[in-house]
Design a protein around this ligand. Structure first.
Ligand SMILES: [Zn+2]
Length: 244
C-alpha cells in the first residue's frame, strides 16, 4: 500500500509537552507520532513523573541503580525520536495520586514550556482494554495533567506561588491521549515506525527482562498495522484529540 504520509496533514505545533508516568511510556504510547512532530519542526519535551524504580524483577536491586539506568535509557530513546529535553519529576514509582502537589508540579512544567499541545495518559480506567494501560500511576498522571491543563495552568489565581517563580498563566490548545483501542484521530507513522522500534529498544531494562523476552518489533508492526487499516495507512498511532 502506498504511504499517504504528508507533513502538511499533521497540525503545526511550536511546542509539545508529553507528560507520562514512567520512563518508556511516551515512546510506547506515541513514539511514532513524537518523531513525526519533531520531523515537522515541533520542539517536544518529555516530563517523566516517576523515577521508574518499580520497573524491575529483582527486589534486591538498589532503587538508585535502577533509576539511573532508566533515566539513561529514556534519554537515549528520546534522542532517537528528536526529543531534546527530558524532565524527571522524581516521584516514587507506584505511589502516585492525582493530588494538588502533583497538579502544581505539572502546572509548573506547562507554564515553563508553554506548549500548544499536551499529550498524556487516559485519566480513567478503561475496562475493555488490557489492564496495563490502566496502571494506577497512568490514571493519576492523566487526571492531574487534565486538571493542570484546565483550569489550573490558564488561571492566574491558581497556584499563586508559581507567579513568584515568574511563571505566568498559559493556555494549552489541545490534549492528545494515546488510545489505540478506539481513538478518533490517527497519525500516519509509516515514515517513523522504525525510529519508534529503535527508541523502544533503548529501554533494555524493560524489553529484555529475564524470562519475559518479547519481540517488540513484531508486536509494534502488528498493532500499528491494525490501527493503520482504519485510515488507509500502512502504520498508524491512534489518539483521542481534545480541543481545550
Ligand atoms: Zn507506565
Amino acid at each position: 500500500m502506498a504511504s499517504r504520509s504528508n507533513n502538511s496533514r499533521l497540525p503545526k505545533f511550536k511546542r509539545v509537552l508529553f507528560v507520562a508516568a514512567h520512563p518508556d511510556d511516551p515512546d510506547f504510547g506515541a513514539g511514532g507520532s513524537v518523531a513525526r512532530l519533531t520531523d515537522n519542526g515541533s520542539e517536544v519535551i518529555y516530563v517523566i513523573v516517576t523515577d521508574g524504580s518499580q520497573g524491575g524483577e529483582d527486589p534486591n536491586q538498589k532503587d538508585t541503580d535502577l533509576v539511573a539506568i532508566r533515566q539513561k535509557e529514556q534519554r537515549a530513546a528520546a534522542r532517537v525520536l528528536g526529543v531534546k529535553k527530558v524532565e524527571f519529576l522524581g516521584y516514587k514509582d507506584g505511589h502516585l495520586a492525582p493530588d494538588l502537589k502533583l497538579r502544581r508540579d505539572i502546572v509548573r512544567m506547562i507554564r515553563m514550556y508553554k506548549p500548544e499541545l499536551v499529550i498524556t495518559h487516559i485519566p480513567g480506567r478503561v475496562l475493555d482494554a488490557p489492564m496495563g494501560g490502566s496502571h494506577p500511576d497512568h490514571l493519576a498522571v492523566g487526571e492531574a495533567t487534565f486538571a493542570a491543563v484546565y483550569p489550573d495552568s490558564r488561571n492566574p489565581r491558581a497556584f499563586r506561588s508559581l507567579l513568584k517563580e515568574g511563571l505566568k498563566a498559559h493556555e494549552v490548545k489541545e490534549v492528545w491521549i494515546p488510545f489505540w483501542t478506539s481513538g478518533d484521530y490517527l497519525v500516519d507513522i509509516t515514515p517513523t515506525l522504525d525510529k519508534k522500534i529503535e527508541a523502544l529498544n533503548k529501554h533494555q531494562s524493560q524489553v529484555a527482562k529475564p524470562g519475559r523476552e518479547w519481540d517488540i518489533e513484531k508486536l509494534l508492526r502488528k498493532r500499528h498495522r491494525e490501527v493503520g487499516k482504519r485510515g488507509g495507512y500502512r502504520y498508524a498511532e491512534s489518539f483521542k484529540r481534545i480541543t481545550v
